[in-house]
Design a protein around this ligand. Structure first.
Ligand SMILES: Cc1cc2nc3c(=O)[nH]c(=O)nc-3n(C[C@H](O)[C@H](O)[C@H](O)COP(=O)(O)OP(=O)(O)OC[C@H]3O[C@@H](n4cnc5c(N)ncnc54)[C@H](O)[C@@H]3O)c2cc1C
Length: 348
């Protein structure tokens, strides 16, 4: 059985960035990733994620980008009927192409294995990592970079307080609608925002919903969009693709960075914005923070300390989420027009 210094489960943005940085050192690193399914995602790269990539001297090939590019978000409040545009500089990307690009940056010395990790056990000294096809590896350290439904977190940190939603996203052939990135609020169907995005001739409609009745809530929101906005029922007919997955919402107490021998990064650690579900920047940064922390004498302590900054940002996002979830406060903010782009159009 092959032995490694460190086994990383998952090569999304968190795992890939960690492996890119830690793999450049003299560490025997194993990355196990099940890339058989594409990650459901809006594929918007936030300014913070862009900044992180710039710090790493990474620029993106144009093949990762999609059309149109986005420099504003249209916020639609379905309850009050108000719509406002706000400046936002996202990069509109093909998420699968972005993940492939990041993985291509992992140094050749890192051993990469495609497959699903189904069981991890701990002898107290080493971890044994078992794959669905029966292959088994051992490692001294374990990194859980396996996203919202993290096996590493579920196996070793059972009593945590991470909150989850069901994320549902459908892709349609784009019709003649205003190709704006829209962020939709409707407290009757979900306490979390939904989104409409356009990508290379397709329209994505997605959102995060409480588990109970998630599909019914999703469909009800579509109907409300048809009733209250310029979208028509035809815009939502014949979805080309329907994707469903868990999405984490950490609140104030859902974070877990691991312990002395197990480290959690990215969404597995709870690092995702509860107000917008923007998670790529936190995945990149927590991967980087762990790679730096492993150079210190007490990596667990160093990693906890470094990620304090991420937790503080996300506490702020949780406060924002609570404000935006209140129809009254949301209406007041949107009516005030603070930071909004002046347009003649105020109806969705
Ligand atoms: C519908 C939706 C839309 C989103 N839109 C955006 C957006 O537009 N912009 C943004 O910044 N964020 C967005 N997010 C959040 C963002 O996708 C995540 O926060 C981010 O991908 C987290 O990165 P990660 O590396 O921690 O985990 P992931 O990206 O989830 O990567 C985990 C990896 O681990 C692998 N894996 C999992 N379990 C196992 C296992 N047992 N064995 C082997 N491999 C395993 C998976 O296959 C995957 O490759 C969205 C999330 C959802 C659900």
């Amino acid at each position: 059985m092959e032995h490694f210094d460190c086994a990383v489960i998952g090569a999304g943005p968190a795992g890939a960035n960690f492996a890119r940085l830690a793999g450049a050192r003299r560490m025997r690193l194993l990355v196990v990733d099940d890339d058989s399914r594409e990650k459901p995602c809006g594929g918007l790269l936030s300014p913070d994620a862009q900044k992180a990539l710039a710090r790493y001297d990474i620029s993106l090939p144009v093949s990762v980008l999609t059309s149109p590019q986005i420099f504003a978000v249209q916020v639609i409040d379905l309850e009050s009927g108000i719509a406002r545009r706000y400046p936002r500089h996202y990069l509109n990307m093909d998420r699968a192409a972005f993940d492939r690009f990041l993985r291509s940056q992992i140094p050749p010395g890192v051993v990469r294995v495609q497959g699903r990790c189904v069981r991890i056990s701990d002898t107290g000294k080493v971890f044994s990592v078992r794959l669905a096809d029966g292959r088994e590896f051992t490692a001294q350290w374990l990194v859980g970079a396996d996203g919202a439904n993290s096996l590493v977190r579920r196996t070793f940190f059972k009593n945590d307080r991470l909150r989850f939603y069901t994320a549902i996203q459908q892709t349609f052939a784009a019709q003649d609608t205003d190709p704006f990135y829209s962020c939709i609020f409707d407290s009757e169907t979900s306490p979390a925002p939904s989104w409409i995005l356009f990508k290379n001739g397709t329209m994505l409609f997605g959102g995060a919903f409480p588990f109970a009745g998630s599909r019914t809530r999703f469909e009800a929101q579509k109907q409300k969009l048809v009733q209250h906005t310029a979208l028509r029922a035809e815009n939502f007919s014949a979805p080309m693709k329907t994707e469903v997955c868990l999405v984490a919402s950490p609140g104030f107490s859902g974070f877990c960075t691991g312990n002395d021998r197990i480290f959690l990064i990215g969404e597995a650690a709870g690092f995702i914005s509860p107000s917008s579900f923007e998670g790529i920047s936190y995945a990149l940064r927590s991967g980087e923070m762990l790679a730096e922390s492993l150079l210190e004498r007490d990596p667990a302590r160093a990693y906890r300390r470094r990620t304090t900054a991420l937790r503080h940002i996300l506490y702020g996002k949780e406060c924002k989420r609570k404000v935006l979830a209140s129809p009254t406060l949301r209406r007041l903010i949107m009516r005030s027009g603070i930071t909004a782009i002046r347009t003649k159009k105020t109806k969705p």
